[in-house]
Design a protein around this ligand. Structure first.
Ligand code: LM2
Ligand code: CA
Length: 490
């Protein structure tokens, strides 16, 4: 459950938040495979409630109505086509699975769902699965409101409603069976694993029972006996009764401390300095490397939901964001996930994806310069980020090496003899000769440009025969960092 089953030595996962299946299929073929992204986290594919006040929020997809594969991103045929096409070019698909709950208690009744399936939140009746009131935790929850009121009480957190979302009784064999059927259908279609939503709110024992019922991955694309990759969303910033370590044996776990800490460091808040990251990773009290799924921001905390607070950096802070993502992709700790967002009006944290008048999601527009338009940000296509995803592939398996810092916010480190990166987040120039550990030669900096048919479109770096190289990075550069790797050698 801990292995992402990456193909062709590819390493980074990208979350194509709210993208339609047809756009993801095209992106796998035209961009992700050629650029070397390993996989895609997709938005929840099951049918969800359809909300109109506020208008079609992104979070309606976190309120399931049925397990029909019919969502705002497309129908079952489109989903199947996308999974097939992505797998055919070696890009894995990971499904965001909402199995803790159904829609909110106040969701009403009727056919206001993404494919028109009838449900009644009032009677806890979801006939297309079917779930009835017996399949929910109401009887078990001991709070007055029926909602989670105290995060220090593990029984409330797991048996009461999270923000009123109807909480499933996952200890019931029947419910486990329905959840496993839903996930197995996706596995049989060819997905490589799941981002499991809201794991803090589910008992590890229940998850263990459900995972145990899952099929092996489809042998059309994966080795015989491959178990699905599970990465479990547990927001553990420390200080709560439930710890991410309770989920380690079940799969990987989202390391929320990573983005919160790195945001504070690049913002230079509270005296934080980049030089303090010499022992980044477990040395910072993060979970064991083999358990961690890391990211700079996610779809929740980029807009103030979930964990992390306002230290989190996002595409809105583009300059330090690119540095933070580059740091993550250069560093060996964890399985890394890159965020790919849509723009929203920042006072409206609920706003859904770019859409037409009728609420249908817009296609992702690709501009001539390969950036995106129509409200799609496509951070994963930003040159600096794409090229660092390649860097991660090139240095895979190499140790963190040749660390240097100036005691402040200028640092550098390498990955064995395969890559080297230098950051200047101080308010003055960086001008220093460093041991890169790389073979001598002329390298192309993959931040300011890249190798393009034997030529370099950005800065070039001369590495001497002894591995030494001189770096000069102005604090006013568009991107105050330089990165070179074995495949950027001219
Ligand atoms: C998650 N992880 O544990 C997701 O990453 C997160 O995006 C989900 O919350 C949450 N769990 C439940 O799956 C989002 C969003 C909430 C939203 C819920 C349900 O962050 O704001 O709650 O989805 O759509 C909304 C309203 C809330 C209301 C609830 C039910 O914001 O006020 O509660 O719907 O109607 C009365
Ligand atoms: Ca629960």
């Amino acid at each position: 459950y801990h292995n992402p089953h990456n193909k062709h030595g590819r390493q980074a996962i990208v979350h194509l938040f709210e993208w339609k299946w047809s756009d993801i299929a095209a992106e796998c073929e035209r961009f992700l495979a050629p650029k070397g992204y390993a996989g895609v986290q997709i938005s929840p594919p099951q049918e969800s409630i359809l909300l109109t006040s506020p208008w079609r929020p992104w979070w309606e997809r976190y309120q399931p109505i049925s397990y029909n594969l019919c969502s705002r991103s497309g129908n079952e045929n489109e989903l199947r086509d996308m999974i097939t096409r992505c797998n055919n070019v070696g890009v894995n698909i990971y499904v965001d699975a909402i199995i803790n709950h159904m829609c909110g208690a106040g969701g009403g009744e009727g056919t206001h769902s993404t494919c028109g399936t009838y449900f009644s939140a009032d009677r806890k009746d979801f006939p297309s699965i079917p779930y009835s009131s017996f399949d929910f935790n109401e009887g078990k929850c001991r709070t007055g409101s029926g909602d989670i009121e105290n995060y220090n009480d593990i029984y409330q957190v797991r048996d009461c409603n999270l923000v009123s979302l109807l909480d499933l009784a996952l200890e019931k064999d029947y419910v486990r069976g329905k959840v496993a059927d839903f996930m197995n259908k996706l596995i049989d279609m060819g997905v490589a694993g799941f981002r499991v939503d809201a794991c803090k709110h589910m008992w590890p024992g229940d998850l263990n029972a459900i995972y145990g019922r899952l099929h092996n991955l489809n042998t059309r694309w994966f080795n015989e006996g491959s178990r699905p990759f599970m990465f479990q969303e547990v927001i553990d910033m420390g200080g709560e009764a439930i710890k991410s370590s309770e989920y380690f044996h079940l799969g990987r776990v989202t390391e929320f401390k990573y983005g919160a800490k790195i945001g504070g460091i690049f913002r230079k808040w509270n005296g934080e300095k980049l030089s303090y990251t010499k022992n980044w990773g477990e040395g910072w009290g993060f979970m064991p490397d083999g358990n961690a799924l890391v990211f700079i921001d996610n779809h929740d905390n980029q807009r103030g939901h979930g964990g992390g607070g306002n230290a989190i950096v996002t595409f809105w802070d583009a300059r330090i964001y690119k540095m933070a993502v580059a740091y993550m992709l250069a560093h060996p700790y964890g399985v890394a996930r890159v965020m790919s967002s849509f723009r929203w009006n920042r006072t409206d944290d609920w706003q859904g994806p770019p859409s037409h008048e009728d609420g249908s999601t817009k296609d992702v527009l690709i501009n001539a310069d390969s950036t995106c338009g129509d409200g799609w940000v496509c951070e994963h296509r930003w040159r600096q980020i794409t090229n660092m995803a390649t860097f991660r592939n090139v240095v895979n398996g190499q140790p963190h090496s040749n660390w240097w810092d100036n005691g402040n916010n200028q640092v550098a480190f390498g990955r064995g003899n395969r890559g080297f990166i230098v950051f200047n987040n101080d308010d003055w120039q960086l001008d220093v000769t460093l041991n890169t550990g790389m073979p001598g030669g002329v390298y192309c900096d993959v931040i300011s440009g890249q190798k393009d048919g034997g030529r370099c479109t950005g800065k070039t770096i001369n590495v001497e025969a002894d591995g030494g190289a001189h770096f000069k990075i102005s604090n006013t550069d568009e991107d105050p960092m330089v990165a070179i790797h074995a495949d950027s050698k001219l």
